[in-house]
Design a protein around this ligand. Structure first.
Ligand SMILES: [Zn+2]
Length: 254
């Protein structure tokens, strides 16, 4: 019998890939780890450069989250960065310019000096020196023509842990701030920690969002559910060939 233990037939990189765009989920970019609780969330600049170059060489075309949802195909690759860390401006933006690829950053209100600290989620202890995208940074990133800004709630609380009224407030306050800063409607959203259910999806839709990035594991078409778009996590410290397989094939084992 075929030894599935050694060559598992499920979730393997050698399967033909799904005919859907690939969405990658990242957070910080930097040599130093931004959040010591989630070291894997900070990809090194060279790891990101090498991954993007390898994917471009393989013929993938990079799109923002909105574009990938609207008209992505199997050659579409989408970089998304959650949480709105300031290194997305300081480190990521120069890399996007250098490689001329777009990305989407899902930002909270934590870079707004007038946003009360009591409303910051206590779920992940934020290092005291962590910095978040300010209004000026968000505007400059968008003005580069390479960055789409999306919503990620005001204080980064897991929405499924809140009352519906509080969840709506988290979604709406974030959207209002970002739209005030950028001067136009935003249509893309990501659930903090992937926390969603049917009621939360309804709130996101009612707020006016058209697409939402989740953390569901299975690759599928955006049309199947534009409010639960699959993303693949790309961790820190992974060799390029492995992260390319992860990005293009989803979960893999060998
Ligand atoms: Zn997040």
């Amino acid at each position: 019998m075929f030894p599935e233990r050694f060559l598992p037939w499920r979730n393997t990189w050698w399967w033909p890939r799904w005919r859907v765009p690939s969405f990658l989920m990242l957070h910080s970019v930097g040599e130093a780890v931004t959040d010591p609780c989630c070291a894997n969330n900070t990809i090194r600049p060279d790891e990101l450069r090498n991954l993007v170059r390898a994917l471009v060489d393989e013929g993938y075309e990079f799109r923002t989250f909105r574009e990938a949802c609207e008209k992505g195909d199997r050659r579409t690759m989408c970089l998304t960065f959650d949480d709105g860390y300031a290194d997305n401006y300081q480190v990521l933006l120069p890399i996007l310019r250098e490689l001329n690829v777009p990305a989407t950053c899902f930002a909270t209100n934590r870079g707004d000096a007038s946003f009360p600290r009591e409303r910051w989620s206590a779920e992940d202890p934020i290092p005291a020196d962590a910095a978040f995208l300010t209004a000026e940074m968000l505007r400059e990133m968008e003005a580069s023509g390479l960055v789409e800004i999306g919503g990620h709630t005001a204080g980064h609380t897991t929405l499924t842990k809140l009352s519906l009224d509080d969840a709506r407030r988290e979604i709406d306050d974030n959207k209002a701030w970002l739209e005030g800063v950028l001067g136009h409607e935003i249509v893309s959203f990501a659930y903090p920690r992937g926390g969603e259910n049917d009621q939360i999806v309804n709130l996101v839709r009612e707020a006016g969002y058209r697409y939402a990035a989740a953390m569901v594991k299975k690759m599928r078409s955006v049309a199947a559910d534009p409010y639960r778009v699959h993303r693949q996590i790309i961790p820190r410290g992974m060799e390029t060939w492995k992260s390319v397989l992860l990005a293009t094939r989803g979960k893999w084992k060998i």
